[in-house]
Design a protein around this ligand. Structure first.
Ligand code: AMP
Length: 254
């Protein structure tokens, strides 16, 4: 039986209970609107651990754009069906007031990578991400936590934080799950119009091409994308583009 817990004190009581004694715990943090990308992480966690925990929390502190937060897709009923189908044991649904009892006075700042790539275009974004991930790790106390390669910069920063603070868990990076036409699955894809969705396949298509970055930027702009950045970093090519009101990110190994 899958259980949902929406109070932090209830979770803490449960986490100390005999249910967790000598059990290995896998954890998948998400913002909900689950898709097959999240599903792949949940199944990995299920397979590798006695207890598999999912969190769904649309973290306000990582949204630099209030409109993005307002329109972020939410569908809890469907999320719970997917979580159940992936064999999840516990779904943690904390409230922002409880997560940020300190009113975000305390936060985690990385001073180099967090200011590059997505960080340049989303000021403060990774402060919100790292802070909430630290809080969730301290609450869930997992042995391993599963992250998607799709958000590669996020993975690097979370892994870096865990190493820097000698945190006692392992971060596992899982491959990007894509739609048939190559577009990386993302909760925000649900916000694309039919025409925008059709066009979006060109983003991964050009990202993978043998062309130089400047040419790729031109190709993308020619078909109506606005390019936040395209960069090569540590053997990968990473990019973020905007189409209509939606921002897409992706990265490929070079
Ligand atoms: P989000 O709900 O967008 O915060 O994502 C939660 C986790 O799912 C993060 O570790 C993401 O990297 C991962 N994720 C999102 N989309 C995909 C995808 N298409 N393939 C693999 N993992 C993904």
């Amino acid at each position: 039986m899958m259980r949902t817990i929406d109070s932090i004190t209830d979770w803490q009581t449960l986490r100390k209970s005999p249910i967790f004694e000598n059990k290995s715990v896998g954890f998948v943090p998400t913002m909900g609107a689950l898709h097959e990308g999240h599903g792949s992480l949940l199944r990995r966690s299920r397979q590798a651990h006695d207890i598999s925990v999912l969190s769904i929390f649309v973290n306000p502190t990582q949204f630099n754009d209030p409109n993005d937060l307002l329109h972020y897709p939410r569908d809890l009923k469907r999320d719970l069906d997917i979580a159940k189908a992936c064999g999840t044991d516990f779904v943690f649904l904390p409230k922002a007031e409880e997560i940020y009892l300190d009113k975000f006075r305390f936060n985690i700042i990385e001073t180099e990578l967090a200011n590059r790539l997505c960080g340049t275009h989303r000021p403060g974004h990774f402060i919100g991400v790292l802070s909430v991930v630290m809080k969730l790790f301290n609450l869930i106390r997992p042995h391993k936590s599963y992250f998607g390669e799709k958000d590669y910069q996020q993975y690097l920063l979370v892994k870096g934080m865990v190493d820097a603070f000698f945190m006692n868990l392992e971060i596992v990076c899982c491959p990007t799950i894509r739609a048939e036409d190559g577009l990386a699955l993302s909760s925000r894809n649900a916000l694309l119009s039919a025409e925008e969705r059709q066009k979006s396949r060109l983003f991964p298509y050009h990202l993978r091409s043998a062309n130089k970055l400047e040419q790729i930027r031109q190709e993308l702009e020619n078909v109506g994308f606005s390019v936040d950045y395209l960069e090569e970093f540590e053997g990968r090519r990473l990019g973020a583009v905007r189409i209509g009101k939606v921002r897409l990110i992706d990265n490929v190994k070079i």
